[in-house]
Design a protein around this ligand. Sequence first.
Ligand code: MG
Length: 236
Amino acid sequence: MCDTCGCQLNPEHAQDSRVVEINRSLLAANQELAEKNRSHMEQMGAVAINLISSPGAGKTTLLEKTIEALGERYRIGVIEGDIETERDAERIRAKGVPAVQLTTGGACHLDAALVHKGIHQLQHQLADKRLDLIFIENVGNLVCPATFYLGEHKRVVMVSVPEGSDKPAKYPRAFIGSDLFIITKTDLLPYFDFSIEEASGAAKALNPKIETICLSAPTGDGMDEWMKFLAGLVNR
Ligand code: MG
């Protein structure tokens, strides 16, 4: 699967010069389409956020709680990415906002072409074609999604407490390219050997501009910081 999923798109890791050239052109084509995505989303009035994490870090739960808190104030749309199933889009629709499910059929990341389709599908669900916020929930994976720009305005990387505080150091690219680091499931801190200082310090060492928010979506602890971040984007 790695031949097609993007794992080898990092030119410094490819050995064959032809592979390097193909990878460069694939990434260039992705970049070009991502710029179009960004322009489409801006024409809709929306700020787009690309959420990246391992499977099970709590991306969909965070979105559900975000919609509960902000769904009346902002027009929110969601593009869901998964390998299979419509489950996450159904969870989001149950909260009363438009959602599109993209299934990659095996690929471990979203790319700009797939998101382009998702934007148009989302537009079809909107009477006035206007949104304030578009969340793009990437396929659960801390590796390949980091390589593919989708046209988002902000990229958010998440790690949950049970995953361990060594993840920023082990998966640097996801943190180097992100604007915000969210540590989720902080209600589980008493039960796991997780150091917020280690995780946030490693992220900051990789990317001095990255900020860290610690929260528990189910309990609501720390959610106010996330809401402030979102309000700052919408009210630019
Ligand atoms: Mg999900």
